[in-house]
Design a protein around this ligand. Structure first.
Ligand SMILES: Cc1cc2nc3c(=O)[nH]c(=O)nc-3n(C[C@H](O)[C@H](O)[C@H](O)COP(=O)(O)O)c2cc1C
Length: 167
């Protein structure tokens, strides 16, 4: 079965996962902005960084995917997907952008990425500041991790978590 890994990454953590997954399974791999025709492949494994609950590059890539394709979506974000509330929220946001023909059979996996607050682009730094202020106000168990690590370099990329992807 022919398959390709496509990724949407702004700061590199999603790219790291995508390239490692492609290496382990000997698959082609490309960034979403270099993908123009996916019709030669039966399976598309899309890795995308989460930005305000949007999967970077997914909307553009969906235009190249047909309902006959087997679609696997892997999100990479900071939120801990082992917390059911986080996982449900992300999954719901992803399914919202999927055309009806994909909603039922697309598989979704969630992995954790990295952040280096000092090296964010200005707009992202401002967005994260507002998210931080909200997390501080919320003061829940989940928001506390964000508050405690705000401003630091956080690397939660774990290649072992790629093993859950059923391909
Ligand atoms: C502006 C901004 C918004 C983000 N929004 C989310 C989010 O909604 N959910 C989440 O889990 N992580 C979120 N993150 C964290 C990123 O998903 C995380 O840093 C990820 O590793 C980025 O992938 P990349 O390095 O491939 O670009 C956000 C980060 C930034 C800078």
């Amino acid at each position: 079965m022919s398959a390709i890994v496509v990724f949407g990454s702004r700061y590199g953590s999603t790219k790291r996962y995508a390239e490692e997954f492609a290496r382990r399974h000997s698959l082609d791999v490309t960034s979403f902005d270099l993908a123009y025709d996916l019709s030669d492949y039966q399976t598309i494994i899309y890795f995308g960084g989460l930005y305000a609950a949007n999967v970077h590059g997914l909307k553009k890539t969906l235009k190249l995917i047909q309902p006959e394709h087997h679609l696997i979506i892997v999100t990479v974000g900071l939120n801990d997907p082992s917390v059911p509330k986080n996982a449900e929220y992300t999954e719901k946001s992803v399914r919202l952008v999927l055309p009806a023909s994909f909603t039922e059979h697309a598989e979704i996996y969630q992995l954790r990425g990295t952040i280096d607050y000092k090296n964010l682009k200005p707009l992202h730094r401002i967005m994260m500041h507002f998210i931080y202020l909200k997390a501080k106000r919320d003061n829940t168990e989940e928001s506390r991790q964000m508050v405690d690590t705000y401003g630091d370099v956080l690397d939660m990329v774990d290649f072992d978590t790629l093993e859950q992807i059923n391909y």
